[in-house]
Write a protein that binds this ligand. Structure first.
Ligand SMILES: Cc1cc2nc3c(=O)[nH]c(=O)nc-3n(C[C@H](O)[C@H](O)[C@H](O)COP(=O)(O)O)c2cc1C
Length: 330
């Protein structure tokens, strides 16, 4: 059971924080399709305390998104405390501390998964952030730096002692990056040593994985990252599967193309037309995956900088797919 502050959700399915992916528009798309809790991408604490305008923009959340978490990262306690206060002013339902990011420039600063190298310091940092804010603080981390130094049981206890409201575990080590099987078997072991909710993350790529993750591990929530990119219906399917035991929703070309346009429309409302259209290019391969002739349409879509061009191209493509099906012998 996910229980954080006033939020209580049975078998909650979460949209993971993802840099350059989980902006307001994508969070809303996933929310509309069933995500129970969504997160901003990670926001640099140093940028926030130095009032960097670009960094500050990443904090923006809107009413329709709640419940929503803002994720912050950094290695310096003072900056993290300052950043948490700035994030709190945006009125999220929780602040999440990133202690799992594996990329070099983040760990090079001692942030993200580098915090796993020094669990007492990680505890001190989390405790200081918790003391500085009135809203719940959660932590997202990994199993350890590498397989020779898995410290997740100690870290989980320390996070509970620090006062964390929940712990998300990406069931890989830092060394694994995003590769290799996520080791879900750690979740029940972690749940044995702490009483705070424990969320499973890693390799949940379709609705069946969501159900399997809950059934096999007893996780309090399941968090999806890459499985939602170009496939936000994963939330819809997973909910249906868990409620009825089967999936009847058909993710056909019409739903795929209409969702792609809905996502772009939401994005335009937030970012303005040109920027939204340009940034949407990275989503076409996901939305159009598996559709006949998708690569040709994708290259066509790359030329547009306005919504009308994209819409016309996609709707024309949808019509061609439909007429192709009508003409094809059964
Ligand atoms: C494009 C991308 C951006 C990411 N950005 C973040 C981030 O900002 N904060 C974070 O905690 N994790 C981030 N992650 C890691 C994911 O949240 C997640 O832990 C990881 O991808 C494992 O889950 P998955 O197997 O479902 O993809 C990112 C992952 C991807 C693919």
């Amino acid at each position: 059971m996910l229980k954080i502050g006033k939020i209580e959700i049975e078998k909650a399915i979460l949209l993971a924080p993802m840099e350059d992916v989980t902006d307001i528009s994508f969070r809303l798309v996933c929310k509309e399709l069933g995500a129970d809790l969504v997160y901003t991408e990670f926001v640099n604490s140093e940028g926030l305390v130095r009032a960097n305008v670009k960094t500050h923009k990443k904090l923006k959340i809107i009413d329709e998104e709640h419940p929503v978490g803002i994720q912050i990262y950094g290695a310096n306690i003072e900056s993290m405390v300052g950043a948490a206060k700035i994030a709190e002013a945006e009125n999220p339902d929780l602040i999440d501390i990133n202690a799992g990011c594996w990329v070099k420039n983040v760990v090079g600063q001692g942030a993200g998964s580098a915090l796993l190298k020094d669990p007492p310091y990680m505890q001190e940092l989390v405790e200081a952030v918790i003391k500085s804010t009135k809203i719940p603080v959660t932590v997202k981390t990994r199993l350890g730096w590498d397989h020779e130094s898995i410290k997740i049981l100690e870290v989980a206890k320390r996070m509970e002692d620090a006062g964390a409201a929940a712990l998300t575990v990406h069931c890989r080590t830092r060394k694994m990056g995003h590769k290799g099987d996520a080791e879900w078997e750690w979740i029940p072991k972690i749940k044995e040593v702490v009483n705070i909710p424990v969320f499973l993350n890693g390799n949940v790529l379709n609705a069946y994985d969501v159900k399997k993750a809950f059934d096999e591990t007893g996780a309090d929530a399941v968090m999806i990252a890459r499985g939602a990119i170009g496939n936000p219906w994963i939330f819809l399917e997973a909910k249906e599967l868990m409620q009825t035991g089967k999936i009847t929703t058909v993710i056909d070309e019409e739903l795929k193309i209409k969702s792609c346009l809905r996502h772009l429309n939401l994005s335009i409302n937030v970012k303005g037309e040109m920027r939204a259209v340009l940034e949407h290019r990275k989503f076409y391969s996901g939305y159009l995956k598996g559709l006949y002739g998708a690569s040709r349409v994708r290259s066509d879509l790359m030329q547009y900088t306005n919504y009308t061009g994209v819409e016309e191209s996609l709707l024309k493509y949808l019509e061609s797919l439909k007429s192709y099906q009508e003409e094809s012998p059964a």
